[in-house]
Design a protein around this ligand. Sequence first.
Ligand code: HEC
Length: 135
Amino acid sequence: MSLVEKHFLKKRSGIARSRVGLVAFLLLVLPLMKVFATGDEQTQVNTAKELKNPYLGQKEAIEEGERIYRSRCVGCHKSRGGSGPNLFKTKLTDKQFLETVMNGRKGTNMPAWSNLFSIEDVWKVHAFVMSRDQL
Ligand code: HEC
C-alpha cells in the first residue's frame, strides 16, 4: 500500500467515524427531543381535556340537579354534610367530582352511580351543589 493510499484510507475511516458519531448523536438526541415534544403536546392535550362541567350556572340543569340531589344524595350528605362530606363545600375539580360520583369510593359508603346516572345527570348535580353554599 502506498503512502498516499494509506493516507486516503485513514481519511476515509476518519470520515466514517465522524459519520458514526453523527448517527449515534442523532439516534440519542432525536428521541429525547421527541419525548420532550410529545411531553409538551401531552400537557396541552391534557389541559384541553381537563373536563369542565358544561352546565354550571344553567337554571334548568341546576333545578334538575337539585331533584337528583334531594332524592339520592341528601340522605348521606345532608344539607351541611352527614355521614358523607358537605358537597356544597367540596374542593374537588369538576372532573374529580364526576369520577367520584360515577365510580364511588371503594372502602367507604360512597356508592358508584354509573349504572343509574348519565354523565349529564352528574354534571347537573354538580351544577346544583356549586350554585349555593348549603341546601
Ligand atoms: C350511602 C351514603 C351515600 C350516598 C347515598 C351518597 N354518598 Fe357521596 N359520599 C358518601 C361518603 C361516606 C363519602 C366520603 C367517602 C370518603 O370517605 O372518601 C362520600 C363522598 C362523596 C364525594 C366526594 C366529596 C369530596 O369532597 O371529597 C362526592 C362528590 C359525593 N360523595 C357525591 C355524591 C352524590 C352526587 C350523591 C348522590 C347521587 C352521593 N354522593 C350519594 C356517602 C354517600
